[in-house]
Design a binder for this molecule. Sequence first.
Ligand code: NAP
Length: 224
Amino acid sequence: MRFGVLGTGMVGKAIASRLVEVGHEVCMGSRTADNEEATSWASGAGDSAAHGTFADAAAFGEVLFNCTGGMVSVAACEAAGEDNIGDKVLIDVSNPLDFSHGMPPSLSVANTDSVGEQLQRRFPSARVVKSLNTMNCSVMVNPSALPGHHNVFVSGDDADAKKAVRGILGQFGWPEAAVIDLGDIKSARGAEALVLFWVFLRGALGDNQFNLGVVPPPALPSSA
Ligand SMILES: NC(=O)c1ccc[n+]([C@@H]2O[C@H](COP(=O)([O-])OP(=O)(O)OC[C@H]3O[C@@H](n4cnc5c(N)ncnc54)[C@H](OP(=O)(O)O)[C@@H]3O)[C@@H](O)[C@H]2O)c1
């Protein structure tokens, strides 16, 4: 399958590399056609890797990943082009972290809105699925690097899109049972709010190689 990865940072590179590794073709997009990070990634990632502008990547991909900063994600997707995005599945990995006042960061959008919802409102035909934003990017693409049970979340309005994303998560190595469907795109508020907790956990643990695991409720007795 062809993927467009919007974003040339560590997340874009981790996801793009993993997609190529599991057999897909990837175009990595940037604000400029000659972005150094994208050029260097594409030249080292083999024949299935290409790079270009956000619009090139969005036109190329059958499925798109938004791996840009949460505060600029709408602008990045606008540069990608509404026609190029169309009704494609747009997997939003961003977090609305605002470091403009230093540490700790704040959220540029929260409580009553989220980047996932902003994208869904701005691109109503797109099928936005929020996922993978609650962990470090190396864990996103290699969940088995962490021992034991831990989870990844999906939020989105379109059931088929979430099914497609579950399939991609499976290719990344996520067991089906580790994927928790939080609900419609409004539930991205919860997934994005977790990032502040993540930032403090990272400080407490002194490492970013961790993830959240949810202990499920015990099964209800059959008479309940
Ligand atoms: N780091 C992690 O492990 C991690 C984990 C979970 C979620 N996230 C989230 O994943 C996203 C990507 O993180 P990252 O650290 O890889 O990259 P990043 O530095 O947050 O974002 C890089 C991308 O943002 C684009 N960008 C910057 N300013 C822009 C603007 N004004 N308009 C349009 N695009 C702009 C850059 O474009 P150019 O290519 O043109 O420079 C680049 O492609 C973020 O939202 C982050 O919060 C990160």
